[in-house]
Design a protein around this ligand. Structure first.
Ligand code: SF4
Length: 469
């Protein structure tokens, strides 16, 4: 009976991702939206998506993280999630009284083709006599990209929704990408020390890392106000960290048009705001790029404090060199993080043998070669790698240390080598959100950690131990 059935085309061997080295897109969008003042994110999809995201963020930030869900059921999956969307908006507005509601889509709501922007339009029409909060949406199905694509999609969407044209001001926009809360605070100090007025988007330095409260607050303090985002279109310049940003799955899968522009490139095209795009400022070389841009934009020389930080950092490079030179490192995580961290490790004489990411831009290798011109060709740079790929590769190649988030801990433990925890997520330590990575002082902290981890390893494995070096 199957004689005339079409012959299925053979496909090449395919292995599903095992323990992905990336996270889901609405998770990244939720973090970015948490950096807008008074914002409550709603995940338009099943309860499980929001629960997973809350659980994941609470484990890293050790803060309450309220993220609502439109709670898709079988019925919504068949007939569309419009009714759920309205109920979620009514509940969130009624219970939180937010300044902003941010609606992120999920794999499910995108797969059934829910038109969230139409729902939002209808909701505003139906409630036009009410005092509604600002509403922003982000298209964030995880089959289109990772948490980083979701993060940058949210930032770009906020800028596209709220930025306005205006007379050119003297302030700058800083789009720092996905850095730690401590990094955000550090960046604000730096901009202030250059005498610059700035809009930093997102700014979750307080919302995801608040001081202790006397009583519970439904919406944490802090975040970038909408009134500031509105001025992004009249800024003197933008600085945007990251050279991959939201390039989604360029390696062949679905990619939406909305992922084609970053926040800063949109502002440049739409309002003529000059865009200074650069890698994350980790290491001397990449921090110099950032500080040079600040000097150019502000017209001021680098403040003495930072000149001295830079000098101390280079001095420590000389002090620590003999303990780390030639050690083989594996770096993994988000693409822009991996590029900057690899450049820093290369700068201090560590051999990065594997630079791996679950991201799928297809550009990791060329970017690493660009920023590590001498050794770049010898670094195995892998897009679309998972932790099991890293595990198998390391069993063969025996690196000396791991640099990245806590998810590779089990591999480092098996190989009995140190892991330098940085980036996101850090699930097995306290203070993951307070790790400083950027600028000369952030690099100093990373450098000391790397050197001391290798010294400690040597000390622990010495048959006699030693007290002086
Ligand atoms: S279904 Fe999609 S959006 Fe939801 S948690 Fe899974 S990957 Fe994320």
């Amino acid at each position: 009976m199957f004689e005339n059935a079409p012959i299925l085309k053979s496909t090449k061997d395919y292995t599903a991702t095992r323990n992905a080295c990336k996270l889901c897109a609405p998770l990244g969008a939720s973090i970015a939206f948490k950096g807008i003042r008074g914002c409550v994110p709603i995940i338009h999809g099943g309860q499980g998506c929001a629960t997973y995201i809350r659980r994941y963020l609470i484990s890293h930030y050790k803060e309450p993280v309220d993220i609502a869900s439109s709670n898709f059921t079988e019925e919504a999956t068949v007939f569309g999630g419009g009714a759920n969307c309205y109920t979620a908006l009514n509940n969130v507005i009624g219970q939180y009284n937010p300044e902003v509601v941010a609606m992120c889509t999920t794999c499910l709501s995108e797969t059934i083709g829910d038109d969230v922007n139409l729902y939002m339009h209808n909701y505003k029409e139906d409630n036009k006599h009410e005092n509604l909060p600002h509403i922003v949406t982000a298209s964030t199905p995880s089959y289109q990209g990772s948490h980083m694509d979701g993060f940058h999609e949210a930032v770009a969407s906020a800028v596209k929704t709220f930025a306005k044209a205006g007379a050119k001001g003297k302030h700058v926009n800083l789009f720092p990408g996905f850095v730690s809360t401590e990094d955000l605070r550090q960046l604000k100090y730096i901009l202030s020390d250059f005498g610059l007025d700035y809009v930093m988007l997102p700014d979750y330095s307080d919302t995801l890392d608040n001081p202790i409260w006397e009583s519970y607050k439904r919406i944490p303090e802090g975040g970038t106000p909408i009134s500031e985002i509105e001025t992004c279109g009249s800024a003197a310049a933008s600085i945007e960290f990251g050279t991959i940003i939201n390039q989604g799955s360029l390696s062949g899968r679905v990619r939406s048009k909305s992922l084609s522009s970053t926040a800063a490139s949109y502002l440049e095209n739409e309002f003529g705001v000059e865009n200074h795009q650069m890698p994350m400022p980790i290491g001397v070389k990449l921090s110099d790029t950032f500080f040079n841009a600040l000097e150019k934009i502000s017209g001021k020389e680098m403040p003495t404090r930072y000149k001295r930080e830079r000098g101390r950092l280079i001095d420590s490079y000389a002090d620590g060199h003999k303990y780390i030179f030639g050690k083989k490192a594996v770096v993994y995580g988000e693409e822009d993080f991996v590029i900057a961290m690899t450049t820093f490790l290369d700068e201090i004489g560590i051999k990065v043998v594997l630079a791996a990411t679950g991201g799928e831009s297809g550009k990791l290798e060329s970017e690493i070669r660009k920023y590590c011109p001498e050794r770049g060709e010898k670094i195995l740079a892998k897009n679309h790698f998972d932790y099991e790929n890293i595990h198998e590769w390391c069993q063969e190649n025996k690196p000396d240390l791991f640099v990245g988030n806590s998810k590779a801990y089990y591999i480092a433990r098996e190989l009995n080598v140190p892991i330098i925890r940085c980036g996101f997520p850090i699930h097995d330590r306290i203070g993951g959100q307070r790790i400083k990575h950027v600028g000369y002082s952030g690099t100093q902290e990373l450098f000391d950690k790397v050197v001391n981890a290798l010294i400690e390893y040597k000390q622990d494995h010495s048959p006699v131990g030693y007290k002086y070096m």
